[in-house]
Design a binder for this molecule. Structure first.
Ligand code: PLP
Ligand code: COI
Length: 354
């Protein structure tokens, strides 16, 4: 049975498109004309609507603000060479949306409604999708608890919303990263695998400190021993070691990235040897020293493929091979761009046309 819903659409009286500088798009600062909003109460989703982007009235007592019952997703839509617009693998984000909802005691949203909300919004604001290489329309679905109630209990009411905005590259340069050995992003039994707002709030102080030490990003390690590699900032992390693609296996402290899955699928197709396993900090440092690590990069929706140029650990700085000369990650990036911009056949069915 189709779960499609009726969406009421109120268009903006004045588009901001003409006054938007598409040559200057810092990540997350520009929003398209419209947004999507729906409400959950009495056990059901209702009031599906698209309205002009703008402020919304909320009670100052909502538990999202006090206790962090809130999570989000990140997706991108691309303008293809023929002018058509497609969203990249939004079904995967729809599935993960519900994993986050379950962990935070929040209501699931049928993936079909998730896809419909995003596709309808992107269709309405399709002129906001940039056409330039390395540019896209970033899509930010999110859900938060709206009961005005200070008890520490799951809320009975929620809002689901979607914002979109044109973006350029998230990282403008190759990364100098620090292996974090004091702070943790996530812990065993916690909710690192969910895109909970609180995971990001907690990452800001360690990230700021790393920036003050001259690094661009952190490599998160396990919270028990700080001996195993987990993620790179808000991205998954991969290494090419002795010609094998190695990446931390997913667990409750690691977000199961869509881009991670995309890269692993491409690597499998290219018959690259893959290891998804625990990776110790020691083997990475030794591997760099012995010249056995030839590639290292972050993979994520915002980050795309972000080359790691230098890794800092316990006061030492280790330099990796020149990112411009790396064969694997550059092949991944070019292949991904060809797929996402519709320049090559979509053999995996990853493009969701709008
Ligand atoms: N890990 C974290 C903590 C993230 O925030 C993200 C970004 O979404 C990722 C990994 C990469 O996931 P994806 O490729 O689905 O964007
Ligand atoms: C994404 O890649 O979509 C993310 O969620 C990263 C974001 C926190 C900037």
């Amino acid at each position: 049975m189709s779960q499609k819903v009726n969406i009421s659409i109120t268009k903006t009286a004045k588009s901001r498109l003409a006054e938007t500088d598409f040559d200057n798009l810092p990540f997350g600062k520009t929003f398209s004309d419209h947004m999507f909003m729906a409400d959950y109460s009495d056990g059901e989703w209702k009031n599906f609507q698209i309205l002009p982007y703008g402020e919304i009235g909320i009670s100052p007592a909502i538990s999202a603000l006090h206790y962090g019952q809130s999570f989000f997703e990140g997706i991108k839509a691309y303008k293809h060479a023929d002018g058509k617009v497609a969203i990249f693998r939004p079904d995967k984000n729809g599935e993960r949306f519900n994993l986050s909802a379950q962990r935070l005691c929040m209501p699931e949203l049928p993936v079909e409604i998730f896809l419909q909300s995003i596709a309808t919004l992107v269709d309405l604001d399709r002129d906001w999708v940039p056409g330039k290489e390395n540019h896209s329309l970033y899509i930010r679905p999110f859900m938060f608890a709206t009961d005005p109630y200070l008890g520490v209990n799951p809320s009975g009411s929620y809002k689901y919303m979607v914002l979109t905005g044109p973006v350029g590259p998230y990282f403008s340069k190759n990364l100098k990263v620090k292996i974090e050995t004091h702070y943790s992003r996530a812990c065993d039994g916690g909710f690192g695998f969910a895109k909970a707002a609180g995971n990001y709030g907690g990452s800001m102080l360690p990230s700021l400190k790393a920036t003050q030490e001259g690094f661009d990003q952190l490599i998160w390690t396990d919270s028990r021993e700080h001996a195993y590699i987990e993620e790179l900032g808000a991205a998954n992390v991969m290494f090419l070691m002795d010609g094998t693609l190695v990446t931390p296996s997913t667990r409750d402290t690691i977000l199961k990235g869509v881009t991670r899955d995309t890269v692993l699928t491409l690597a499998k197709k290219w018959n690259v040897n893959i290891e998804e396993r625990r990776i110790s900090v020691d083997e990475i440092i030794t591997g760099i020293k012995e010249g056995r690590i030839t590639d290292a990069f972050g993979v994520g929706t915002a980050a795309t493929i972000a080359h790691i140029a230098e890794i800092g650990h316990q006061g030492e700085l280790y330099t990796l091979p020149d990112p411009a000369k790396r064969v694997f990650s550059n092949k991944v990036l070019n292949t991904l761009n060809d797929l996402r911009y519709g320049r090559s056949a979509d053999e995996f069915g990853w493009n969701y046309p709008v």
